[in-house]
Design a protein around this ligand. Structure first.
Ligand code: SF4
Ligand code: SF4
Ligand code: SF4
Length: 315
């Protein structure tokens, strides 16, 4: 690919910050990207080392290096875990800006627009990071500004806005994972959707080995925001004999996208839908869990599964 010669003028200001990373690796277990691929090169620490290498000249900018930096959900879990207070996502944004100006393309986790775009411009107004615009080539996303929040995907009436790489968290992938679990475990009762942005990594870090988990009564599936769980995703498990669906979000006021408010409204609507087909509305439930409160999360799951056990399977 054609790339322009250019210095890392945006990244430059982070020289001291890049050196502040002591390579401890505390950020690892919190990154959804690393959890999905298992590659150290996808972990936050590797991104910082890559940025450091690019700035110092030890690394040559390549499409492969650029791709690593364009792959980030901006969940900021790495920043919360960093023992040196490195503001990783701000570094990534400037690195992406430099790479973009050199001619490297995203999209990584960046939003992309498909041919079925209706040019309604709804996503342009809805993007909280001013990353989407309408130009000669239709709707475009600035990969340096996009923070992969998925709001454009949610508001697009044409289904034309998509995330470049969802790393296992898209509607289809979540539905497939839920169905696989329900169809392969005779003891399966519930699907638990857990928001990565709030507390999920803490829970996963403390997860018990598979053989010790409540006889596989439930499966926890990570998603990038409770507000992005569409009705189809939440209802699909019921078509595969789930006894119930639990949605876990952060408390109101804690979500920068108000995804928890949206999730609660959606679950309230789905309760009404269940009632119309004579299914107990308690079979779908939403809980608010403060960041990192894995005891409360586990208690809520146990309570929900106990309730489902009392209700029995849907007949
Ligand atoms: S912001 Fe989230 S996705 Fe991006 S590197 Fe940090 S933990 Fe990983
Ligand atoms: S994913 Fe979020 S930040 Fe990126 S273009 Fe869509 S609305 Fe904007
Ligand atoms: S909301 Fe969807 S259909 Fe409308 S302009 Fe954006 S991508 Fe196109």
């Amino acid at each position: 690919m054609e790339t322009k010669e250019k210095k890392f003028t945006h990244l430059e200001k982070w020289q001291g910050t890049l050196a502040a990373c002591i390579r401890c690796g505390y950020c690892f277990e919190h990154c959804p990207m690393f959890k999905f691929t298992g590659w150290e090169s996808d972990a936050p620490r590797a991104k910082i080392i890559t940025a450091f290498g690019l700035l110092s000249g030890a690394l040559t900018p390549t499409p492969e290096a650029a791709e690593k930096l364009f792959n980030c959900f901006y969940c900021k879990r790495c920043e919360a875990a960093c023992s040196s207070g490195v503001t990783l996502t701000e570094v990534f944004t400037d690195a992406k800006q430099d790479l973009k100006e050199m001619g490297f393309k995203g999209p990584g986790t960046t939003s992309i627009t498909q041919l079925n775009c209706a040019h309604c411009l709804i996503c342009v107004g809805a993007c909280p990071h001013e990353a989407r615009s309408h130009g000669e080539n239709g709707i475009e996303t600035d990969p340096a500004k996009c923070q992969s929040c998925g709001i454009c995907v949610e508001v697009c009436p044409a289904g034309a806005a998509k995330m470049g790489n969802t790393f296992g968290t898209s509607r289809d992938e979540l539905t497939e994972k839920a169905n696989d679990f329900l169809n392969s475990h005779s003891s399966a009762k519930a699907i638990v959707f857990a928001c990565n942005w709030s507390y999920y990594p803490d829970l996963q870090a403390s997860r018990l080995p598979e053989s010790e988990t409540k006889d596989n009564a439930y499966e926890i599936l990570v998603n990038m925001c409770g507000g992005r769980l569409e009705a189809q995703v939440l209802m699909a498990p019921f078509l595969n004999n789930a006894w119930g669906v639990l949605v876990a979000c952060c408390p109101e006021g804690d979500c920068q996208h108000e995804g928890n408010v949206k999730a609660k409204k959606r679950v309230a609507n789905l309760k009404r839908t269940l009632e119309t087909v004579k299914i107990d509305p308690e079979r779908i439930h939403v809980v608010e869990i403060p960041a990192g409160d894995k005891s409360l999360f586990q208690a809520e799951i146990d309570t929900f599964v106990e309730k489902l056990t009392t209700l029995g399977p849907i007949r």
